[in-house]
Design a protein around this ligand. Structure first.
Ligand code: NAD
Ligand code: MG
Length: 389
């Protein structure tokens, strides 16, 4: 029996790496690919659908349905477009579903996979940040196994195979991004091109900018708290410029387990694909003699206020994560279009968190998806209205 799979966000950085691994592990002979999804890159989406012999291809962009239909005409591959089509495609039984849409746009398909898939490989950290309790509850009620794909959380998950009880600390490693050693004055003038140029990881545009502000690490702190159910104060960020240690856990007796490997997302994606087995993966092997050293430093919250804001979110609880993420997405949109500067992003998010604090901390994602989406809209609107001083 071929394993049925769906790849949401297949045309992105994580998605393309996922397609690459499926191909290397036997492609359509081994995997019954039910659906691949993308947004604007119709040529790539159509090519992936043909290579993997997918039953269906879905684009998030309704205006591009005709293009997708033309690109796949004569293949028998079903096409669809729009957010409702994405939701419906996620609401089918799958042995393995990859959630790799970027942003809160991934939330609805992710929740559907949690109801219908046996295993949910979760790259879309925003789902956990916006609606962690709801997602975990949905997985539990429907017997879906969630395997994190974010490299740090995959590392923690792997280290925890030795036991998840008695953990005293989670040490999330952070490369520090392209501006690790920049001054605040330099960061104020940072351009889009500079923010996108990550030193170690080859990622999508949005998460690359989030790495430069360290909003990505802030999201990951919240993601870790949702996934591993530890005290907020037990999660620490450690700057580790080489990105060789993907994260660590410490037990009460002081023992620390680290998961290491080359910085290549196919490690974490392949782990989630093959779990509980481990198979050969096309990632570079570490040569410790050649590496010779690994460096560590404390993060600087003055230059990277996102980390301070993450703590504020954990303290406030409720739907503060949804506000945080939506405000961050609004900030990112405005930075990408050149409307606001690099440092303005954190100021916008802080303003939005303060403004919606009471409303957010009094709610919970278990109140339902509509509540989450409502607060997401409020936060986006507030973030869009914010003006630099
Ligand atoms: P990306 O920008 O390269 O790709 C995003 C995918 O989502 C594409 O397929 C795109 O077509 C689709 N998409 C974009 N907007 C959409 C919308 N509104 N509706 C539906 N689909 C839409 O992003 P990425 O770097 O692959 O990241 C994907 C997710 O994985 C993010 O949540 C990111 O935080 C997480 N992640 C990525 C990496 C990485 O190395 N790239 C590492 C860890 C976690
Ligand atoms: Mg990560």
């Amino acid at each position: 029996m071929r394993r049925s799979v769906g790849i949401f966000g297949s045309t992105g950085s994580i998605g393309q790496n996922t397609v690459d691994l499926l191909q290397r592990q036997g492609g359509a002979e081994v995997y019954d690919v039910r659906v691949v999804t993308g947004a604007r890159n119709i040529a790539l989406l159509a090519e992936q659908a043909k290579t993997l012999q997918s039953d269906m291809a879905v684009t998030a962009e309704e205006s591009l349905l005709d293009d997708l239909r033309a690109a796949l005409s004569g293949t028998g591959i079903e096409v669809a477009a729009g957010s409702e089509a994405l939701r419906a495609a996620a609401a089918q039984p799958l042995d393995w579903g990859m959630s790799a849409i970027v942003g809160a746009a991934g939330l609805v398909p992710t929740l559907e996979m949690a109801r219908h898939a046996k295993t949910l490989a979760l790259a879309n950290k925003e789902s956990l940040v916006c609606a962690g309790e709801l997602l975990q509850d949905t997985c539990a009620r429907h017997g879906c196994r969630l395997i994190p794909v974010d490299s740090e959380h995959s590392a923690i998950f792997q280290a925890m195979q030795g036991g998840s009880a008695d953990i005293s600390r989670i040490l999330l490693t952070a490369s520090g991004g392209p501006f690790r050693d920049w001054t605040l004055e330099q960061m104020r003038e940072a351009t889009l091109a500079q923010a996108v140029a990550h030193p170690n990881w080859d990622m999508g545009q949005r998460i690359s900018i989030d790495s430069a502000t360290m909003f990505n690490k802030a999201l990951e702190v919240i993601e870790a708290q949702q996934l591993f159910d530890v005290e907020a104060g037990a999660i620490e960020v450690v700057v580790h410029p080489q990105s060789i240690i993907h994260s660590m856990i410490e037990y009460h007796d002081g023992a620390i387990l680290a998961q290491m490997g080359a910085p290549d997302m196919r490690g974490a994606i392949g782990f989630a694909l093959n779990w509980p087995e481990r198979r050969d993966l096309p990632v570079d092997r570490l040569d410790f003699a050649a590496l010779s050293r690994l460096d560590f430093a404390a993060p600087d919250e003055a230059r990277f206020p996102a980390l301070r804001l993450a703590k504020q979110v954990l303290e406030a609880g409720g739907l503060s994560g949804a506000v945080f993420n939506a405000a961050k997405e609004a900030a990112l949109d405005r930075f990408i279009t050149g409307d606001i500067g690099f440092l303005d992003m954190a100021a916008l998010v802080e303003y939005t968190l303060d403004k919606l604090h009471l409303e957010a901390s009094a709610a919970n994602s278990l109140d339902g998806l509509d509540r989450v989406l409502e607060i997401d809209r409020n936060a986006r609107r507030t973030g869009m209205d914010w003006q630099p001083a």
